[in-house]
Write a protein that binds this ligand. Structure first.
Ligand code: PGA
Length: 269
């Protein structure tokens, strides 16, 4: 795992933008970006909701407006969607993505995918989502946040490491963490359709972002703890291209923090 420690949440967003744009290369290039434009280049992006990726989305939007990048050759797949609320609900992840990213950029709405939960057969919907990811050629770069319980997507503690997209029941802690977006915790849906840990691990590269003291323990357990289903994100230790970008507060419980800072400095020089 590559660990990048930043001073602030703003710097996390900036570094995540730089890393993602560099990694996706000519798939995002525009005529005015100064990079060579290859009309054949395209990429598949895995996207996340929650407060953490908002800074990164703002950076992307700014660069899109400055005509430095374009999303016209991007296909995207979001990690998850709540069950039991329609896509038009302001609290749905369909609404979240539209409001915070899609409506501001030039991604083709037909290529911006979010798990479908307003249907009769959720397990079939999960299978279809897996098939669509495969048909698109697999995910090139998956953006992740992390729950205070170590979840990624809505893969709560105990999730199978090889799980595909399926329905998961949210823990009480996750529902309490997400209650800030709803009138009360009782309004937070109890289940969600989420990419599995197997789906996430199939992405070619991963960018996990975390900010704030509330994530410090989950980050310590993910990066330095044993690999265990009790901390779903710890499976990322097995991923060959996982980068974790943290602010100082989220990194504050890491035992080897000085080493990570030093390693990153050596990389830059
Ligand atoms: P947050 O959520 O970014 O709102 O903290 C992260 C998550 O639950 O995965």
């Amino acid at each position: 795992m590559r660990i990048i420690v930043c001073e602030s949440a703003e710097e996390v967003a900036l570094r995540a933008a730089i890393e993602s744009i560099e990694y996706l290369g000519e798939a995002l290039s525009t005529q005015s970006s100064g990079k060579s434009e290859n009309p054949e280049a395209s990429c598949v992006l895995g996207l996340a909701t929650g407060s953490t990726p908002l800074g990164l989305y703002r950076e992307w939007i700014e660069r899109y407006r400055a005509e430095e990048i374009s999303f016209r050759n991007v296909t995207s797949f979001n990690l998850d969607e709540y069950c039991g609320i329609p896509p038009s609900d302001p609290q749905s992840y369909h609404s979240f993505m539209h409001e915070n990213l899609f409506r501001h950029i030039d991604i083709d709405p037909a290529k911006a995918h979010i798990p479908v939960t307003d249907c009769d057969d959720l397990s079939q919907s999960g299978e279809r989502y897996e098939a669509m990811i495969e048909e698109a050629g697999g995910i090139d770069l998956q953006i992740l946040g992390i729950g205070s319980d170590g979840h990624i997507g809505f893969n709560e503690p105990g999730s199978s490491f090889s799980s595909p997209t399926r329905v998961k029941t949210l823990t009480k802690r996750t529902r309490e963490d997400n209650a800030r977006f709803f009138p009360s915790v009782d309004h937070v849906p109890r289940t969600a359709l989420t990419m599995g840990l197997g789906t996430i691990m199939s992405a070619r590269a991963i960018l996990l972002l975390a900010t704030g003291k509330g994530k410090a323990k989950a980050i310590r357990d993910t990066v330095e703890g044993p690999i265990t289903a009790m901390v779903p994100a710890s499976i990322l230790q097995f991923h060959p291209y996982a980068t974790v970008i943290l602010d100082a507060a989220a990194a504050s419980e890491l035992a080897l923090i000085d080493y990570y800072v030093d390693a990153e400095r050596n990389r830059q020089s």
